[in-house]
Design a protein around this ligand. Structure first.
Ligand code: PLP
Ligand code: COI
Length: 340
């Protein structure tokens, strides 16, 4: 029986559900892992995560399809990205096959929390890992915990798919040759001041530029950019210091194979941005969130698609992607993992 939640009014927040997955790494190996009702984590006061921020995470979603199945979207790519993240952070790899199985198990165990089809909500899945034993010299922990919880969520930005206003920030998100391309908790810790400052100034998000030259567009704190040109091409920034968004990679395929568009990944100079017809943010949480205005130190760039609605091309991409995710449109092979 579905939980009695007001699905339509959920924001992007935490709702405690019944079960979560836990596996511990000790003496060089992962244990078998269990589902537990205990939502609390008990670790050493000196744990690697608490002292030196040794943590990373992933984010994906489960959906109820029109015909009542529960599915999730490309979990293998999240598993693969977490493997890459762990290698970069000197954390043990949780194998992607086990990752996908744990996602399936934890969603199945919380099926009553998967929002119904058409409710506008989805089940957000948050896998994460942290160093759990004591370290005081600067070095990796010896023990780790991998966990997955789920939480039903609504839109990431208040107002759903209303265009947002962002600003170009003077803060940097990621250094050249740093950790911008992996999903390390530390990338988000250092973005908190920038996002709070943006909110205080009346902006919804930050546009980060490349830290070395401040001439190229990178991404926001939690999503990649996609741009639509006047001649109907999708352009998205190429950079070694942005997160390889699974949504963005999927949208490039959708643009090419479903909508017959050209999709180009290349460095995007900030001074080109004013020439685009539509601007959007894309990610698991953001899905596609349209950007209506970009403010660069007081200078406004008003995106031609305006502040009222998502532009027509982004809307087509949005409808096609969510159609695939919710089973209304046939997916490319391997994109949909059926859960039950
Ligand atoms: N960029 C950043 C910094 C993110 O945190 C996310 C969210 O995961 C994304 C981009 C979008 O990635 P994905 O589409 O894989 O969710
Ligand atoms: C996601 O989209 O899954 C993320 O991790 C982004 C985060 C800002 C919520």
């Amino acid at each position: 029986m579905k939980k009695d939640l007001d699905w339509g009014s959920l924001g992007f927040g935490y709702v405690k559900t019944d079960k979560r997955y836990v596996s511990n790494w000790k003496d060089g190996a992962w244990d078998d892992g269990v589902l537990t009702e205990d939502a609390n984590v008990v670790i050493s006061e000196c744990a690697g995560v608490l002292q030196y921020c040794q943590s990373c995470f992933e984010g994906l979603k489960a959906y109820t399809t029109e015909d009542g199945k529960i599915v999730c979207f490309r979990p293998d790519l999240n598993g693969e990205r977490m493997e890459n993240t762990c290698k970069r952070l000197e954390m043990p790899v949780f194998p992607k096959e086990r990752f996908v199985q744990a996602v399936i198990d934890v969603v199945r165990a919380n099926a009553d929390y998967v929002p119904p089809f058409g409710s506008g909500a989805t089940l957000y899945i948050r896998p994460y890992m942290f160093g759990s034993d004591a370290v005081i010299g600067v070095k990796p922990a010896n023990e780790y915990q991998f966990r997955i919880f789920v939480t039903p969520v609504g839109p990431y930005f208040k107002g759903g798919v209303k265009p947002i206003t962002i600003r170009v920030t003077d803060f940097d998100r990621a250094a050249p040759h740093g950790t911008g391309h992996i999903k390390a908790g530390l990338n988000y810790a250092m973005s908190l001041h920038a996002i709070m400052d943006a909110h205080r100034q009346g902006y919804d998000e930050n546009m980060y530029l490349d830290a070395a030259t401040r001439t190229y567009v990178e991404e926001t704190g939690g999503a990649n950019f996609i741009f639509i040109t006047n001649d109907n091409k999708l352009v998205t920034p190429k950079s070694d210091s942005i997160l390889p968004s699974i949504t963005r990679r999927s949208l490039m395929t959708v643009a090419k194979d479903y909508l017959g568009m050209e999709a180009i990944e290349r460095p995007v100079r900030f001074d080109e941005v004013a020439d685009f017809a539509e601007v959007g943010l894309c990610g698991t949480a953001a899905v596609i969130s349209p950007v209506g205005k970009i403010v660069d130190h007081g200078k406004e760039i008003c995106v031609p698609s305006g502040m009222d609605d998502m532009g027509p091309v982004l809307k087509k991409l949005y409808d096609t992607l969510t159609g695939i995710q919710m089973g209304r449109i046939e997916a490319p092979k391997g994109w949909i993992q059926q859960i039950m």
